[in-house]
Design a protein around this ligand. Sequence first.
Ligand SMILES: O=c1[nH]c(=O)c2[nH]c(=O)[nH]c2[nH]1
Length: 311
Amino acid sequence: MPTILGQNQYGKAENRVVKITRDGDTHHIKDLNVSVALSGELDEVHYSGSNANVLPTDTTKNTVFAFAKEHGIESAEAFGILLARHFVDSCAPIHRARIRIEEYSWERIATSDANSQFIGADEVQHSFVRKGQEIRTAQITYDGEGIQVLSGLKGLTVLNSTNSEFWGYIKDRYTTLPEDYDRILATEVASVWRHNVTGAEGERMPNWEKSYAQAKKNMLHAFAETYSLSLQQTLYQMGVRVINARPEIDEIRFSMPNKHHFKVDLAPFGMKNEAADGAVYYAADRPYGLIEATVLRDGAEALIPVDMTNL
Ligand SMILES: O=c1[nH]c(=O)c2[nH]c(=O)[nH]c2[nH]1
C-alpha cells in the first residue's frame, strides 16, 4: 500500500526558562515554559532519514535560553514573536514556527516584620512567592508573512456565593435537577483571546503586559457583576466585557467547567439548609458541566481552535 506523509512538526517542548533581571538590588523574575514546534520542508527526514533540512531540537532549546539572555523577556508574547521570527527568517527550510508559552507569576514577599534584616523595606527585593492564581499562556505562530498572537490564561478559579439561578430548562423523564433560585456559581476559567495584529512592517504592537492585565480584570469584573441565570450567560458577558474594553482583541474563547456546589440534605438531622440562611454545600469535583463558547467582535473571523486544551 502506498503511503504519504501527513502533517508534521517538531521542536523542543517545555523549555523551562527563568530570567532574572537586576535593577540595582531590585530583582525581576520571568518564569516561562516555552515549547517550540517547527514545520516546513521536512518530508525527507521522514522518508529517507536525511537530516539536511533539520535544525536540531537541541538547537531550538539553546536558542530559547540564548534569546532570554540576549534580548531579555519583556513579555511572553514579545519573546514568542522574537523566537518565531528567528526560526522562520533564519532557516530556509523552516516555513512555520509555533511557540507556546506558559508563564508562572511570582510576587514579592512582603516583610513589614520589625525583625526583618531588610530594615525599612516592605518588600524583599529578591524574595518571591509563587502566585497561586492563574497560569498565563501565549501562542505565537509565524509563517514568514503573517503573525498570529493568542494570549490566555488557565486555572483562574472564581466563585459567586449568590446572584446565580438556574431554572426554566427542558424537563424530560430523566430530569431530576431541582430548579434553583439562589445557588453558588463557581468555575475554573480557561480562556484564549486573539489580538488583531498582523506582523506587518512598522505595525505598533500592543503593550502585552497591560493588555493581559486588563483582559483578566474585565473578565473578573463581569463574572462578579453579572446576575447569572446560567453559566452560559455569565461566560458571554465576560467575553463581551473584554471585547468592548480592549480594541486590540477581536475574539475570545472560554472553557469553563461548572464547579457544582450541591446543598447537603440535612433533613435527616432535622435541619433546614437554605441558601438564604447560609447553607452548607458539598463541592463535587466530577462530573462537571463544561460550558465553552467564543465571543467575537462583529465582523471578526473565528480563528481560535474549538479545542483549546493544549493552548
Ligand atoms: O449554568 C448552568 N448551565 C447549564 O447548562 C446547566 N445544566 C445543569 O444541569 N446545570 C447547569 N447550570
